[in-house]
Design a protein around this ligand. Sequence first.
Ligand SMILES: [Cu+2]
Length: 156
Amino acid sequence: MSNLAHRGLKLLLLSASLIISIALLAAACGGGGDDDGGSGETPAADETSADDADDAGPVSPDISMGDNFFELNKFTVSPGQEVTFNITNDGVAIHNMRVDGGDGEYDTDDDTVSDPDLFQAEDTGTLVWTAPDEAGEIIFRCDFHPLEMVGTISVE
Ligand SMILES: [Cu+2]
């Protein structure tokens, strides 16, 4: 009888410790869950601000001009992004860079032209341009070699 009681007590203790273990585990998980919930909001906020920074952050790609080509003639930018092209004439001929404003035509009021608008050999300069808010493709060229020196800026 006492043996049975002892066994019963042992079982009770085992059950009790098991329940405590489960309770502790649940508490730990609950804590973790709370942490996830808290940090779940924080990364979301971080991502948003990171995306904003990507969208709004100015970029300044280098453009090397040769005879007669743009060393790099494909760029991808974000809508509304401020872009400063750092331009170098690594050729011998004169060059420049003209970005179409989006009407698909050159020599119109919406164009942006490099400063200076004529690069002698080894000249450096810039072209400061803001991408349109709508996605699309913007074309650019050298005014002195309009058929050979062309490029595309993808706004996406
Ligand atoms: Cu040119």
